[in-house]
Design a protein around this ligand. Sequence first.
Ligand code: GUN
Ligand code: FE
Length: 454
Amino acid sequence: MRNYMQIFLGTSFSSLSPKEIQILKDHLFCINSDGMIEMIVAPEHPDYQPLLDAYQGQDNFHVLAEGQYFLPGFIDLHVHAPQWAQSGTALDIPLYDWLNTYTFPLESKFSDLAFAKKVYDDVVGTLLANGTTTALYFATVHKEASLLLAKICAEKGQRGLVGKVVMDDPQGNPENYRDSDTHTALVDTEEFILAVQELAKSTKQGVYPVVTPRFIPSCTNEALQGLGELAAKYDTYVQSHCSESDWAHGYVQERFQKNDAFALHDFGLLSDKSVMAHCNFLDEDDVNLFAETGTAIAHCPISNAYFANSVIPIADFHAKGVEIGLGSDISGGFSPSLFDNIRQAVMSSRMLEDGVNPSLSAQNRGVPGSRITIHESFYLATAGGGESLSLPIGRLLEGYAWDVQIIDTKVPSAKLPVFDENEDLQDIFQKIMYLARPENIREVWVQGEKVHSR
Ligand code: GUN
Ligand code: FE
């Protein structure tokens, strides 16, 4: 019999496809020393009993209690780590004013490494406690503080993908918060990439550098071109904001006479390692370009409700072959929980389908076929995020990383309404999706290592 690092016994929920949940009842999950799921064994399999006999009672054998379930860890495809310090506030004004009034002044404070450490320690810990095992972060323009965020992810065991933000255009950014010049922005980005790639060697779960032009209005053409070249040279991830608000979308149209998607593509910034946040105003050609280049979308449903008054047509984009994951967009989105974003994605999609204005005639009420199910929304937060990053994460299948949250439906202070011990597992899954709170997340594991428990 093979030697396993850990064996877990319990029932799991994981996406088979956007519309389908796979439920594995009382299976054994055998984890190897790399933290990968090497084998999943069903109760009726001939190896089941011998494995139980060999491992039961050992420290590395973990059995879920009644009412506990495995879910894949969440993958947050869009988080502004420094903005955690203002989460839940400052959502009263449009994007452009919000950036200048609240957000740029806050981010400028991250030149102070002591302040950065306080916020970054807290945001990484908070996301882990909310079940987020992988996060794609925007840091700030500061190279050292951005590297500190990557180090904190490495230390706490989160799979962090981190970008030093580039904002080099003197026209588009405040004087006290931007890169000092284009050359420095590119040199800092290259040094940051090399430092994070070095740091990654000492981690089990991996940390990754991300080329991060904040959005087109923040960057000169030279910076965008240089960043495209760096992404190709080092084969890195790329992230930015794409067609988020009417204002940002209109700005790019005026500057380039094209939409964000084609402008970013011209600078070499769209590839299968690119994740673009929001994408509220993609036209048919933009969507096809995303599908052709393998560019993924970070759907940020809470943030979009505030800044864009918009719902992106997930079902339609999926049908066209675009990969989509879920983003909290802290602090444009107020919640660090992807459970909250899963719920909002479903609710927003229903409003898109049904319309919200009763004075409109029936045929003007919304876009038919836009509603997504809770299963599809769960897919976005897990498997869709994994596909977007082209990493073996987000599913509880053989060959995937052991990135899980253990959900306890019987926590006294946050008990879910389960009254029948034999309740259908599909129903239990839906109750978890709609009602689970951080208190219900008993343990979080990343790459076979326990990173949080309560
Ligand atoms: N566009 C440019 N910067 C930002 C940001 O920090 N948050 C959001 N939501 N949109 C942006
Ligand atoms: Fe954002």
